[in-house]
Design a protein. Structure first.
Length: 356
């Protein structure tokens, strides 16, 4: 859980900081330059980032966030915290001092002088160009069955969660013509996930506005290609993988990393959901709603460093349970665990961690 400043007048708060400056100005100040939304840069948080893997994007709530694919992700204040290896309160105090915001703090820090006005920067537009996507599906092939059987995911489960074999994937930006992004091959197959946007109103969820995601599982392992093109995310907004398929109530719910993990857990009788993408998060209203439907909720993200940190922060923020696969098994998520050790051992491991 982020250790946010107390809302006492004597202390800094996130709200006070944003009254004096903006997320974009904070990113610009500590990056030392302007930036473009969605463009990848060499990470300022690591010295080993030879292939640019850091970007700043706008999430589904219209907020600026950063993501370093080999390090961490979060808000502009989290970025300052990671850059200077300090806690969250110290990061807020540093922003106050460095940018000369003039806010009251319980601990004085030496600033860098006059408040930075950033007159040399253009105003950052937070509007997002509309991107449309479409796909052509195909019949299931033996190589598709071979792939999904590794994780003990049946054709019935694939159909339940809206997972289909894709032939082609197309994209069109507003004002431009359609572009053919992906073409299916046996060595690099395409899978399409069909998702629906949810609306939460009066503690009831409804679904509408179907969108698609694209997934190419061999993009990295077989070809060593850019991991950004392992996925195509054609949906923006309130899309949560597996949410539509949840039972109305239950004893336990897992929040995991991907649709493949959601399907893997379903096969052993555990309902699960996953955020639409690694950079997105489930909002508090949805979490509160799910707490009325399930007695226990556990977060189970990947067991690499970014996944563990995201799990711990998320569970503390929303007061949820948490577990991940011990690193001794050399698998990062539940689907890879089943592939290597089988369903029975996954069930035993979960029983060991939490009582089903």
């Amino acid at each position: 859980m982020f250790n946010y400043p107390r809302k006492d007048e004597r202390f800094l708060t996130v709200e006070k900081i944003y009254e004096k400056t903006t997320e974009a100005e904070i990113f610009r100040h500590y990056l030392g330059k302007d930036f473009k939304i969605g463009q990848f840069y060499n990470s300022p948080l690591r010295s080993d980032d030879d292939t640019p893997s850091f970007n700043i994007y706008i999430n589904s709530q219209g907020k600026l966030r950063y993501k370093d694919w080999g390090h961490s992700q979060g808000t502009c204040l989290d970025f300052v915290k990671e850059m200077f290896h300090c806690d969250f309160i110290t990061a807020c105090r540093k922003v106050n001092a460095d940018m000369n915001l003039g806010l009251i703090s319980s601990q004085k820090m030496t600033g860098s002088g006059l408040k930075v006005e950033y007159k040399e920067y253009r105003e950052l537009s937070t509007s997002v160009t509309q991107v449309m996507s479409r796909c052509r599906l195909r019949n299931w092939k033996q190589y598709d069955a071979d792939f999904w059987k590794q994780f003990k995911i049946s054709s019935t489960t694939l159909k339940k969660f809206g997972i289909y074999p894709g032939k082609e994937l197309w994209m069109r930006k507003e004002g431009q013509s359609w572009q053919n992004l992906w073409i299916n091959t046996e060595d690099n197959p395409i899978y399409i996930f069909k998702l629906k946007q949810y609306i939460l109103q009066d503690n009831e969820i409804s679904f509408h506005n179907q969108g698609i995601k694209g997934y190419r599982p061999y993009q990295i392992d077989r070809y060593g290609r850019d991991p950004r093109w392992k996925w195509f995310n054609g949906v923006v907004g309130n899309y949560v993988q597996g949410l539509e398929q949840l039972p109305s109530t239950g004893d336990i719910l897992f929040i995991t990393s991907s649709m493949k993990d959601v399907a893997t857990l379903y096969e052993i009788g555990i309902p699960a959901i996953a955020p639409n993408s690694e950079g997105s998060h489930l909002n508090k209203d949805l979490i509160d709603h799910l707490k009325t439907r399930f007695k226990r909720i556990y977060v189970n993200y990947d067991n690499d460093a970014p996944g563990v940190k995201a799990s711990q922060d998320f569970t503390k923020l929303h007061e949820l349970g948490y577990w991940n696969i011990p690193t001794v098994y050399h698998t990062k998520d539940v689907s890879d665990f089943v592939k290597r050790y089988g369903q029975e051992k996954l069930i035993a491991l979960i029983e060991e961690k939490i009582k089903l």
